[in-house]
Design a protein around this ligand. Structure first.
Ligand SMILES: [Zn+2]
Length: 112
């Protein structure tokens, strides 16, 4: 059975064994699923838990999980999709005000 991507509703989810998360310089490779169209990655629950427990042992949790995302093109500009765990954790919703700061080559997004 093919699973449809809940984000873009176009692609289908295929198994991926090379999802990379970086936490404070430590790189974790996880298994999960990736959308063939938008590239959204869904880390399997087991692997996400494993990463969290290792990160805790290393003392690098709860530093933010660094996720790799591609920007998508929308009518007037580029769109960054916020991972759903961050969305829930920070209680973001459509219309939420955020501030964007540029520090060197980094972009910091802060809910207001
Ligand atoms: Zn998708």
């Amino acid at each position: 059975m093919k699973k449809k991507c809940p984000i873009c509703e176009k692609g289908e989810l295929v198994k991926a064994e090379d999802i990379v998360s970086e936490i404070e310089g430590y790189v974790f490779v996880e298994r999960g699923e990736r959308c063939t169209a938008c590239g959204e990655e869904f880390i399997s629950e087991n692997d996400a838990q494993r990463t969290i427990s290792i990160a805790r042992k290393l003392g690098v949790w709860p530093e933010p999980l660094k996720l790799h995302r591609n920007l998508s093109k929308s009518g007037r500009g580029l769109v960054l999709r916020i991972p759903s765990d961050l969305e829930k954790g920070l209680k973001l919703k459509a219309g939420s005000h955020i501030s964007i700061s540029k520090i060197g080559h980094k972009i910091i997004i802060e809910p207001e």
